[in-house]
Design a protein around this ligand. Structure first.
Ligand SMILES: Cc1cc2nc3c(=O)[nH]c(=O)nc-3n(C[C@H](O)[C@H](O)[C@H](O)COP(=O)(O)OP(=O)(O)OC[C@H]3O[C@@H](n4cnc5c(N)ncnc54)[C@H](O)[C@@H]3O)c2cc1C
Length: 383
């Protein structure tokens, strides 16, 4: 099946491709494509390059740097970015807190935070999940209690991605313990250098440092850092989580990784069983791409189409399946994950196992796949 774009959209795709492959340093893109760790500076440099060209926050309101593109163009922008190995603008900034502030914050708060958020002058962390509040997010217990004009925050957040780089954290806190659980939650913005706030690393199975615990002990937060109204946090959380799910299916990345896997396979592609496995993945990827276009074409008024749950579910499954393919292609060489620069084995074989292990996370974050299945059952299948 051939996906036909209009001449204008094709030209737009070409413009994006040219920008991403010529304006973002090759060294950064090669790091992403090889699956090596990209430090804070790589993300910051890329996002500032994109922002200067008006390409960091195209889905924000125009007044704050948005481009008023069609959903299809946003899709092409993202796909070309991923295909070129350009690290996507930090999701905590551009897909999560930015749109929330643009929609719900006071004018003063927008002016204070939105330009800095778009340019990654502030690195945001997401402080939603707690040890007993993940899928059941409304069960969160971190408390914020009024003290004069300020809030005093106590509690613990967990799985805070890249919190070690965070300047500020947007949090959901319990401001009314007596109310029904969704009704007693507020959103607070907290400077991560405030006394009493501590970031503790979580050690991962792939050996990396990607997630953290964040502890709050009598952290004093100015009253003006409350987003919107007190006890209205759940409305903002739902708005944010819908956007998070849409952004989580990396069609362009999976395409790039599958094409790369075919190159890495070399002679192994003569094996008919392997060829069949690759062909099946390519077909599923095409179906995913069509679903992504369908979601892009049918999302309205900022509300994601329910098929975005299909996108999250299938997108992450495919992402994991491709990482498994690369692991199998590496064969026994995949055991070399601890090997240093002196190893005779190619670098990709060292990275195959950590990447495979790391990507187990994809079916959990952004709303676990079991939860997505429930949404699909309810809202699409009407079960
Ligand atoms: C790598 C990674 C990064 C993350 N980054 C962040 C971050 O930066 N900030 C942040 O706030 N959070 C973050 N999270 C947290 C993430 O949103 C939660 O892990 C997720 O919502 C699941 O919650 P949980 O871990 O408490 O699991 P639980 O909710 O305890 O679920 C455990 C298992 O039970 C299943 N389950 C739960 N409820 C149901 C149900 N009703 N029906 C069927 N099955 C169910 C789940 O699908 C899962 O398989 C991250 C998570 C991971 C893994």
């Amino acid at each position: 099946m051939q996906l036909e774009l209009s001449t204008e959209d094709e030209a737009f795709r070409e413009e994006m491709r040219t920008f991403f492959t010529t304006q973002v340093p090759a060294e950064i893109r090669e790091t992403v494509i090889a699956g090596r760790e990209l430090g804070r500076d790589g993300y910051v440099e890329t996002q500032r390059t994109l922002n200067a060209a008006g390409l960091a926050v195209p889905h924000w309101p125009v007044e704050w740097g948005g481009r008023d593109w069609s959903d299809l163009r946003r899709h092409l922008w993202l796909e070309e970015m991923q295909a070129a190995g350009v690290p996507a603008p930090l999701p905590f900034n551009v897909s999560m807190i930015g749109p929330v502030l643009a929609q719900f914050a006071s004018q003063e708060m927008k002016e204070r935070f939105l330009p800095a958020t778009a340019n990654l002058d502030i690195w945001w962390s997401q402080g939603f999940s707690e040890p007993d509040a993940g899928s059941d997010l409304a069960g969160l217990r971190t408390s914020a209690v009024r003290d004069g004009d300020d809030w005093i925050v106590n509690g613990q957040k967990t799985w805070t991605t890249l919190g070690q780089y965070g300047d500020w954290i947007f949090t959901l806190v319990r401001t009314d313990p007596e109310a029904k659980k969704q009704a007693g939650i507020s959103m607070l913005l907290i400077d991560m250098t405030t006394p009493g706030l501590e970031v503790r690393p979580i050690q991962l199975i792939d050996g990396g440092h990607e997630v953290n615990e964040v502890w709050f002990t009598d952290v004093r937060v100015p009253g003006e850092n409350l987003v919107g109204e007190v006890n209205q946090g759940w409305t903002m959380a739902k708005f944010l989580l819908g956007n998070e799910r849409v952004g989580v299916a990396p069609v362009g990345t999976v395409k790039r990784n599958l094409a790369r896997a075919k190159r890495l396979a070399g002679n192994q592609l003569n094996d008919p069983l392997l060829r069949a496995r690759v062909a099946e993945l390519e077909n599923e990827l095409l179906a995913l791409e069509l679903t992504a276009l369908r979601v892009a074409a049918h999302s309205a008024g900022g509300e994601p189409h329910p098929a975005s749950s299909v996108l999250k579910l299938k997108g992450t499954e495919l992402q994991q399946a491709v990482s498994e393919l690369v692991l199998d292609l590496a064969g026994p060489a995949a055991y070399s994950s601890g090997a240093g620069a002196g190893s005779d084995l190619p670098e990709w074989t060292h990275l195959a196992a950590p990447a495979y292990l790391n990507l187990r996370k994809a079916s959990i974050y952004g709303g676990s796949n079991e939860i997505q299945r429930q949404i699909i059952a309810r809202t699409i299948l009407g079960l």
